[in-house]
Design a protein around this ligand. Structure first.
Ligand SMILES: NC(=O)C1=CN([C@@H]2O[C@H](COP(=O)(O)OP(=O)(O)OC[C@H]3O[C@@H](n4cnc5c(N)ncnc54)[C@H](O)[C@@H]3O)[C@@H](O)[C@H]2O)[C@@H](O)CC1
Ligand SMILES: [K+]
Length: 467
């Protein structure tokens, strides 16, 4: 599991550790890890040309000491000092190792630019001189390696309200920060390499499941399982207007760990679902969970949906079904799965505002409705009413295809029916859904049905892997 902490949490853990260590130890650990990562990134050190963009804080200090280490191993290192307060001891160390102080012209011939402009002490945005240097690097096609975070992003929220660095690699220290997991900032990080500096950290502000976590959580059938004990999902979806949504959501559900799917909806739609999936059972009956909403269109029976929300069985609430949510109910066991537009309508906020502040609005919604919210998008955020947040970081733009959300709703419903709680069902579902889209896209453009079709193989690969 990837764990991300807030700036305040990191500062406090650093202070505790620094009090027990000789001065400068943590910065040397950070700079040592950064130098190794830079060497790996460049495929060597000797003769490589490295330009350090150095701001006024300790982030610039990390860059300078990493530059010192590379210079000692034969790299040509130049520091561009963007502040007259640049870490004086770091500047001196670089000089003594043979590094130089220069200007942004050096970027024309650089192999890599190191972004030591600001780290966790930075406010969003870049000052004009820093922005000009970053632009020069981009114009010359020089890859930028960010120290700790890409300068200019909002570290604690992942928001990017102003100019910021777009890194080819980010080397961070002690723990991930929220901006490494949540878009739009996460997209500006490139791959994130974590250097352990020995911090003792509290519970994280956000986490991201990885393959081993999916293996631990996935409800694999046991010898004694039967179709009922594996879980039965009721699917209330599709309409004369959108019959395909029912077919697609059923495909997602059947590709999950469920023992049986009961389809509840108009006869004509049930016939279409059965034509594609003869395994389904049409009509009411006992279920362990519901998936409600995909493609209901105008045929919304709000009182019925509200009654199901108030019943004991857990519910995935998607698309049009979201209109049934209100702030008053006791909604334990509900996973709402809006995209930004739908969440915007629920909260009375513009879609663009939701896109820009995904973490904030997913949390606000979870708290206001007392429901676990899965906010779909480039990074899917799953926020529980108790404040836990999981982020899905293996998404792919291929998921942006009609019906993809119906597959996810069916799959998450299957995971709920198999016994996972809403936070686990949402985060495991988002991970597998993205893994399936990645797998399917290897064969060309994907459709929702291809994503559903790739789900069993994507799941098997994750369950079989031993990492
Ligand atoms: N505290 C520690 O023990 C460690 C800190 N480390 C490094 O230190 C960094 C934090 O250092 P600092 O607290 O000095 O903070 P930063 O280096 O992030 O910079 C803060 C400084 O930049 C200025 N500033 C803020 N926003 C700006 C902007 N948008 N444009 C230009 N200047 C801006 C501030 O006035 C402040 O002087 C971490 O990100 C990490 O790289 C590492 O060496 C590991 C150990
Ligand atoms: K930085």
């Amino acid at each position: 599991m990837r764990r991300a902490h807030t700036v305040e949490q990191v500062r406090s853990a650093e202070a505790d550790l620094m009090a027990r260590l000789p001065e400068g130890t943590l910065m040397q650990r950070a700079a040592g890890g950064l130098a190794v990562a830079l060497g790996n990134f460049m495929g060597g050190v000797y003769g490589r040309r490295v330009v350090l963009l150095v701001g006024s804080g300790d982030n610039g200090g990390d860059a300078l000491y990493a530059g010192e280490k590379l210079a000692r191993r034969g790299a040509q290192v130049t520091a561009v000092l963007l502040s007259d307060k640049a870490h004086p001891a770091g500047v001196e160390a670089l000089r003594l190792a043979g590094g130089r102080i220069g200007d942004a012209d050096e970027l024309a011939h650089a192999d890599v630019a190191v972004d030591g402009i600001v780290g966790i002490g930075g406010r969003p945005g870049l000052k004009p001189e820093a922005l000009a240097a970053v632009r020069r690097a981009e114009q010359h096609g020089v890859p930028i390696v960010a120290v700790d975070v890409p300068s200019g992003v909002d570290v604690d929220t992942g928001e990017t309200p102003a100019e910021h660095v777009r890194a080819a690699l980010t080397v961070t220290f002690g723990t991930h920060k929220v901006c490494h997991l949540i878009d739009p900032a996460a997209s500006a990080c490139g791959p994130v390499h974590l250097v352990d500096i020995g911090l003792d950290l509290p519970d994280p502000a956000a986490t991201a499941l990885q393959g081993p976590d999916i293996r631990a959580l996935y409800p694999v059938p046991r010898g004694e399982s039967d179709k009922y004990s594996r879980g039965v999902l009721g699917l209330l979806a599709g309409s004369a207007q959108y019959p395909g949504a029912a077919v697609i959501a059923t495909s997602g559900a059947l590709a999950g760990p469920v023992g049986m799917v009961r389809y509840v909806g108009p006869d004509a739609v049930a016939a279409e679902v059965r034509a594609e999936h003869p395994e389904i059972v049409a009509g009411e009956g006992r279920v362990q969970a519901w998936a409600i909403g995909s493609g209901l269109g105008d045929e919304l029976d709000l009182p019925r949906i509200r009654a199901l929300l108030d019943a004991e069985e857990p519910v995935v609430l998607d698309a049009d079904g979201l209109k049934a949510l209100d702030e008053s109910g006791d909604h334990d066991g509900i996973l709402a799965t809006p995209h930004a537009g739908e969440l915007g309508r629920l909260l009375g906020v513009e879609r663009s505002a939701i896109e820009a502040e995904r973490l904030k609005y997913a949390r606000v919604a979870a708290e206001r409705f007392d429901v676990t919210f899965l906010l779909k998008g480039s990074t899917t955020v799953v926020a529980a009413p108790d404040g836990q947040v999981r982020v899905n970081t293996n998404g792919t733009p291929w998921l942006a295809t009609a019906g993809s959300g119906d597959v996810l709703a069916g799959l998450c419903g299957a995971l709920l029916a198999a016994g996972l709680n809403p936070l686990d069902a949402g985060s495991v579902g988002a991970y597998l859904h993205a893994a399936a889209a990645r797998l399917a896209s290897a064969y060309g453009p994907v459709t929702a049905m291809r994503i559903a079709g790739a789900l069993p193989e994507a799941t098997r690969r994750i369950l079989d892997r031993r990492d």
